[in-house]
Ligand binder design. Structure first.
Ligand code: MN
Length: 442
């Protein structure tokens, strides 16, 4: 496997080799602590070479990329703390691009620096700002005095419990900058108000959540006026969050009862759309035996999902579950432990789909399971029957798991269900499907 530091150096060379072709450099980054910190690192570094324009967004879509392409033309665009899930589209659309990210990634080649591609776990070992930092180090060695930004991003993305992997290396390298007290980190070379890493990170998060991302960037580079203003904004945000949290705590028993049969705590709320993320992060500390899904009903649904490391070790992957649950009616995805979605549809319908996906991942709530096996003449028939029976894409039967596959000339269906009645009905249905698939083959 290739070395991540080597790749960072290669991307820096790519930047230098092509620099003369650019009028301007565009940075597109994610609207949270990590994304703002990444953007600040890149701004500090790249503005030493060329004029830089920054854009901070909550998510990218195909449409975003199309608009961006018109603006950027053949100039360089650097994506930070986002972009991995669009790597193929980015490669296709942009002549010069660099992706510095840590979100889950598949089939990405090209100019991308993502810990997942180098044997690390992007959920715990390195943040988006960490990836940006590894890249910037090659272009501006003095960026080391800003290495706290890479660590703030990690704190913002909950990678401090405990720090591990490349995050830990960055901390060790930053001698004289960090003082560690377990999960807490103190930053020595910043304004007094910002020395507590957890607080600094929350301040940036509030700036992002309340659409004050430029203020957040100014805070990153220690602008005193900006720090004063950000503190005010943070207090207001904190009050709003407190109010919402208090409401949920008062209704704790009701929430537990409503979700007794579900795989997660689904919490519907009328609170501001941009508070679902922070609320879910707080609520998973209280309701920690199942994932927490906070859904804001304002306009279309805005969903934030949080899990725990333990649930992830049992098979939970919220990013995957949300991606499947939106089923084309919106956008969803993210990390195994934390992810989000937008859904243009009915809340109950969404909850049912997501509940089913999470149950499938955690293999919970299934009381009865069985397996059907059929021996066929040859592999081809077995696999074509398995294909015909592939019920995955249909609306899932309430809390029933159906897996079909073939192995050589044997076709196998696994059924798990909440009740014997449903189990029997599903088996009946599958048998009918198999029968008709066989007839079709004849
Ligand atoms: Mn991030």
């Amino acid at each position: 496997m290739e070395n991540i530091q080597k790749k960072a150096a290669e991307l820096a060379s790519f930047f230098l080799n092509n620099l003369s072709k650019f009028d301007k450099i565009y940075i597109v980054s994610h609207k949270d602590t990590d994304g703002i910190a990444a953007c600040a690192l890149l701004y500090i570094t790249l503005s030493r070479y060329k004029k830089v324009e920054t854009r901070i967004v909550s998510q990218i879509y195909t449409e975003t990329l199309n608009k961006l392409k018109k603006i950027v033309g053949d100039n360089l665009v650097v994506f930070s703390d986002l972009g991995s899930s669009f790597c193929e589209e980015i490669e296709e659309k942009f002549k010069y691009y660099i992706i510095l990210d840590h979100h889950p990634v598949k089939n990405c080649k090209g100019n991308i620096l993502n810990p997942h591609l180098f044997g690390y776990n992007g959920a715990y070992d390195l943040s988006g700002s960490g990836a940006a930092y590894l890249f910037c180090k090659n272009l501006y060695p003095e960026i080391k005095k800003y290495s706290y930004l890479a660590i703030l991003g990690a704190i913002g993305d909950k990678q401090n419990d405990p720090f591990q992997g490349l995050n830990l290396e960055i901390i060790k390298e930053g001698k004289g900058i960090f003082e560690r007290y377990g999960k807490n980190i103190f930053i020595k070379n910043v304004e007094d108000d910002l020395k507590d890493g957890e607080y600094f990170s929350s301040l940036l998060n509030a700036c992002g959540t309340l659409d004050k991302e430029n203020l957040g960037l100014q805070v990153c580079i220690q602008n005193k006026e900006a720090i004063k203003e950000a503190k005010k904004i943070y207090e207001k945000y904190d009050r709003e969050l407190d109010r919402a949290l208090k409401h949920f705590l008062e209704n704790k028993d009701k929430i537990i009862e409503e979700n007794r049969k579900r795989s997660a705590y689904f919490i519907l709320t009328n609170t501001k759309r941009n508070l679902t993320g922070p609320l879910s992060t707080l609520l998973i500390k209280i309701f920690n035996d199942k994932p927490v899904i906070v859904i804001s009903k304002k306009d279309n649904l805005k969903i934030s999902a949080r899990g725990t490391k333990e649930l992830v070790s049992q098979g939970l992957h919220l990013g995957e579950a949300l991606k499947i649950a939106v089923n084309g009616k919106g956008e969803g995805g993210g990390h195994d432990i934390a992810s989000g979605a937008i859904y243009h549809g009915d809340a109950e319908e969404f909850i049912e789909r997501l509940d089913f996906e999470i149950k499938k991942q955690l293999k919970k709530g299934f009381l009865i399971e069985g397996e059907l096996m059929f021996d066929y003449e040859n592999e081809k028939i077995a696999s074509s029957v398995a294909e015909a029976i592939d019920v995955d894409n249909e609306k899932p039967l309430k809390a029933t798991l159906i897996e079909t596959y073939s192995n050589r000339n044997i076709f196998i269906t696994k059924v798990k269900s909440e009740s014997i009645g449903t189990f029997k009905n599903v088996i009946d249905d599958v048998l009918v499907c198999i029968k008709s698939a066989e007839i079709m083959k004849e």
